[in-house]
Design a protein. Structure first.
Length: 312
């Protein structure tokens, strides 16, 4: 499980071995206390089946004494043996690459260059190398969006697609590969846009990807009322709420919004915000605690399909 999205440039990491209950409690605690765009907290079960490893990644040097005091009520004396380490950027990228195994969602296959031999004849293959911008397809948010889009493609072919907060570009690439049509994608982070441009070239999609840097849909390429049949927004709950007026404005009359970057407790608040904009839940997917919502415009929706998706 992971609270927050990995910072684009993590510089420090906290590591601690503990029990499952303490690991889950600290994941919630640190996730609440720190900005989720600057800090990510993850907990993993160790190979012995009893111990859990907690890791917290920080974009800036953390206040070690304050964090030890913060977690001491949860883990007691273990707080004093928690380790704080700096992260070399090359080591971060290398570690990301080592964990990059092929990920499949319908016909979509996300892989690194070292796994090109896993591509099948009919796959819509997207090659991504780990980079400092978030998004390799392994995170439950990206995978949930890919699976939701694969489900949409079974029922039709969207003409116009927008990816807001594109990161490394995976969702935009998936749309471009499936539809053979230009796709609009943007990100607030200039480094993410640079990464997406490089990945688009790697995948032969440079000519059909229209990338912009900017917040939300605030760009002439994206700010087009009732234009897009599919709008991806794989970001976090707070910006999703803030962007609701502008995101819903660009969705076509019969279009869909695919929202992610949400943990389960975020879902009711986000749904309430979008219901007030005339959108209703059509599908609710869940992968390792991360929710993906498919929303449609118009009257009361049919009972949504809820799927607790298996981890990748």
């Amino acid at each position: 499980m992971l609270e927050g999205l990995p910072p684009h440039r993590p510089t420090h990491v906290l590591r601690l071995l503990t029990d499952e209950g303490s690991a889950r409690a600290m994941t919630d605690l640190l996730g609440e206390m720190f900005d989720p765009t600057q800090t990510a907290v993850a907990a993993f079960e160790a190979e012995d089946g009893r111990t859990w490893r907690l890791e917290a990644y920080f974009a800036d040097a953390p206040d070690e004494a304050m964090i030890r005091d913060l977690i001491r009520p949860v883990v007691g004396a273990q707080a004093d043996v928690a380790s704080f380490e700096t992260i070399d950027q090359k080591d971060w990228v290398r570690a990301s690459l080592e964990g990059l195994k092929p990920v499949r969602a319908g016909r979509f296959l996300v892989h690194g260059s070292h796994d090109r031999d896993t591509v099948r004849v009919n796959d819509l293959a997207i090659e991504i190398e780990a980079a400092l911008a978030f998004g390799t397809g392994h995170h439950g948010t990206t995978l949930g969006c890919l699976r939701a889009f694969a489900d949409i493609l079974k029922r039709g072919r969207p003409a116009h697609v927008l990816d807001v907060g594109t990161g490394t570009g995976i969702l935009a690439f998936a749309a471009a590969k499936a539809l053979h049509t230009p796709v609009i994608a943007g990100d607030l982070d200039p480094e993410a846009v640079t990464t997406a441009i490089g990945n688009a070239r790697l995948n032969g999609l440079g000519p059909v990807l229209r990338l912009f840097q900017g917040p939300g849909v605030r760009h002439p390429l994206a700010d087009r009322p009732r234009r897009f049949d599919v709008v991806f927004a794989n970001i976090l709950a707070r910006p999703l709420k803030g962007l609701a007026p502008s995101l819903t404005a660009v969705v076509a009359d019969h279009g869909v919004l695919i929202l992610s970057g949400l943990i389960e407790r975020d879902v009711p608040g986000v749904l309430s915000t979008y219901r007030h904009r005339g959108f209703h839940l059509a599908r609710h997917g869940l992968i390792e605690g991360w929710a993906t919502l498919v929303l449609t415009r118009g009257g009361a929706a049919a009972r949504p399909r809820r799927t607790r998706l298996r981890p990748f």
